[in-house]
Write a protein that binds this ligand. Structure first.
Ligand SMILES: [Zn+2]
Ligand SMILES: [Zn+2]
Length: 200
């Protein structure tokens, strides 16, 4: 080996090492030389002309480029990846729906136990009954609200109205919105209801 040759040899090794240590270097599908010599085929970039092993061994031709996926291969991979992502999104959404349904079912089961019913149909009926009752309560509360602005605070708590004497309700029936209110209502002669402290 002439000294000129050995310098070139060292330069090739240095270049090969530089490529292999570069953070931009990529491992490729092995060129025929790397395949035969069972080495990792590393190139500075996908557009490099030779891999580091071919450079190290002074081989003038390296075919790693030919083993690279073609543009249509890339496109196909991109399409497949997009399809997988879409599928994953759909699956996640479905999982969310399923866990919500499961939660709802758990809640209904809990309610069945609370209300002492044994089928979902019975529960439906009970719940419909409940809703109708609530609607009626809301309606009568609304009616009371119209009848007297004084009662606004009590609408949230219908219990507060129980225990009021019959005369109070009679007074309500005839009260005009502009009238000062039923007798006894503001003068403290009304008997103590469960929430009479709020009258003060
Ligand atoms: Zn190679
Ligand atoms: Zn090569």
């Amino acid at each position: 080996m002439s000294s000129d040759k050995s310098v070139k040899h060292l330069q090739r090794i240095a270049l090969a090492l530089k490529i292999e240590r570069s953070i931009l270097a990529e491992e490729m599908a092995p060129c025929n030389f790397c395949l035969r010599s069972k080495r990792r085929c590393i190139a500075a970039s996908a557009s490099a002309s030779r891999c580091s092993e071919c450079i190290r061994h002074g081989r003038s031709s390296c075919d790693f480029q030919q083993k690279l996926p073609t543009m249509s291969d890339w496109a196909s991979i991109d399409r497949q990846r997009k399809k997988l992502r879409d599928e994953r999104k759909e699956t996640m959404a479905k999982l969310m729906r399923l866990s919500k349904m499961e939660e709802a079912l758990d809640e209904r089961e809990q309610k069945m136990v609370e209300l002492g019913v044994s089928t979902l149909e019975e529960l439906d009926a009970k719940e419909a009954e409940e809703r109708a009752r609530t609607a009626r309560l809301e309606q009568s509360a609304a009616n009371l609200g119209e009848a007297s602005p004084f009662l606004d605070d009590f609408i949230l708590d219908p219990e507060a109205l129980s225990g009021l004497p019959e005369s109070f309700w009679n007074g309500m029936a005839s009260a005009e919105p502009s009238s000062p209110g039923p007798p006894g209502f503001l003068t403290g002669t009304v008997g103590p209801g469960p929430d009479s402290s709020s009258f003060a």
